[in-house]
Design a protein around this ligand. Structure first.
Ligand code: NZQ
Ligand code: ZN
Length: 392
């Protein structure tokens, strides 16, 4: 097991009607003027936004609202939020929504106390020393941003989607009511499930010898998510299935499944972020479209690891050689993606890419051929190009 630091300071308030506690929680963390940040329509339509505002009013907490965050949240909205917060002297940011809203909230929180351009953090040109407190009322289990130290923003100028990680932006609290996810379209539920699986698999597929406790946690998490995702296909209003997936979403990305693994591989996420930046695809669906091609490209670096995955997640008997077991596991995973109506290639994702477009994706992902990605198998620009091409 490799050395690690596990830091997950977010207070989780989980359960039915938990959003009623939001006002008290903001007070507990000394918020006096709040930016209530939200997305397109869902939080307004469901009445959640009004409920949150009433909970703040009940505690005498002033607030301003800023909606309109889109999936693959944009830098222009972040700039708008920074300006509003400065004008209104906001001292606390509350994200009501999913990963996109939380990430936009985190970016605004970094931007308000910073004199320079907030995008510098995402480009690695500066490191944030300060951040307004952020918290969330989560409406979709997927990105895990409610407990992660990351924010991912798309700069429309150049179609660049970039992440920035810094413990300062970890949510002070995350309110999670599984009932609030009943209104999710099946497609968004499935994209969320995929992302949760992928946050676990990115950390699982590494080349180190022993990490038994972390393996057990990860394998149990993946089995639980698969089992409950199948239930939700027929019973979208099943509270327990929603609850299991919601909690798994946080655990898959709060660092727990990475303890002792050296941090993880993250190739699929890097490859997907280019799809998100250039073609605005839904994050989870983009990951599903790429994973099988990545897996087939890299599994021979350690077929035993893929065989363990096949056996422990999909009950595939271990064949005489690891290779066949590994390949059967990859197929089983793709079957699962298909069963929840996720794409397993770029065509099914709605993208029919030319060779030039494939090259552009790899060129951008490799930072113009200056970096490699991945640890399970290190990938250079040519490797990335091959994986994108395999995924066609
Ligand atoms: O905008 P509204 O109308 O709210 O609709 C949203 C949006 O269209 C809808 N939705 C959310 N909750 C709903 C609902 N619809 C009905 N009922 C509800 N309860 O779902 C759509 C997707 O929302 P979004 O916030 O984009 O989803 P997700 O949580 O998957 O976030 C995706 C973003 O997170 C980033 C992704 O790259 C992507 O930009 N990620 C952030 C990470 C992090 N900060 O740690 C890690 C992840 O790997 C990921 O990269
Ligand atoms: Zn993700």
């Amino acid at each position: 097991m490799k050395d690690f630091i596990y830091y997950a300071p977010t207070q989780v308030v989980f359960g039915a009607l938990s959003e009623d506690k939001t006002g008290k929680l903001v007070k507990q963390y000394s918020g006096t003027k709040v930016l209530v940040h939200y997305g397109g329509q869902s939080a307004e339509r469901s009445g959640l936004l009004d409920k949150i505002c009433r909970a703040l009013e009940a505690e005498g907490i002033a607030y301003v609202k800023l909606g309109g965050v889109v999936p693959n949240p944009r830098l222009s909205k972040v700039h708008e939020g920074i300006e509003l917060c400065r004008k209104e002297k906001v001292d606390f940011i509350l994200a009501v929504g999913g990963g996109s809203v939380i990430d936009s909230a985190k970016a605004i929180a970094f931007g308000v106390p910073y004199e320079g351009e907030v995008w510098d953090f995402y480009m690695g040109r500066a490191h944030a020393e300060a951040c307004l407190p952020v918290a969330t009322v989560l409406t979709i289990p997927a990105a895990g941003s409610e407990m992660s130290n990351s924010t991912v923003i798309t700069n429309e100028d150049g179609d660049l989607k970039k992440g920035y990680s810094n413990n300062l932006c970890r949510c002070k609290f995350a309110v999670m009511n599984p009932e609030r996810t009943y209104t999710l379209p099946n497609y968004q539920t499935a994209c969320g499930v995929t992302d949760i699986m992928m946050h676990t698999m990115e950390r699982y597929f590494v080349n180190i010898e022993t990490m038994e406790i972390t393996d057990s946690i990860s394998e149990s998490l993946m089995q639980t998510v698969i089992y409950n995702a199948r239930i939700l296909l027929n019973e979208p209003g099943n509270y327990n299935a929603r609850a299991e997936i919601m909690w798994a979403g946080s655990l898959s990305h709060n660092g727990l499944t990475g303890c002792g693994t050296g941090g993880g591989d993250w190739s699929c996420h890097q490859l997907e972020h280019e799809l998100g930046g250039l073609y605005d695809v839904t994050h989870g669906a983009g990951l599903a479209a790429l994973w099988g091609s990545w897996a087939r490209y890299v599994y021979d670096a350690n077929p035993e690891r893929f065989a363990q995955f096949a056996t422990n997640i999909f009950d595939i008997p271990c064949f005489a050689d690891y290779e066949n077991t590994a390949l059967a596991g990859i197929e089983a995973m793709e079957d699962f993606f298909r069963s929840i109506h996720m794409p397993t290639n770029l065509h099914e994702l709605g993208l029919d890419l030319t060779d030039e477009q494939i090259h552009e994706l790899a060129f951008k992902c490799s930072f113009e051929d200056t970096r490699t990605i991945g640890v399970f198998k290190q990938l250079n620009m040519k490797d990335m190009e091959k994986i994108y091409a395999m995924a066609r």
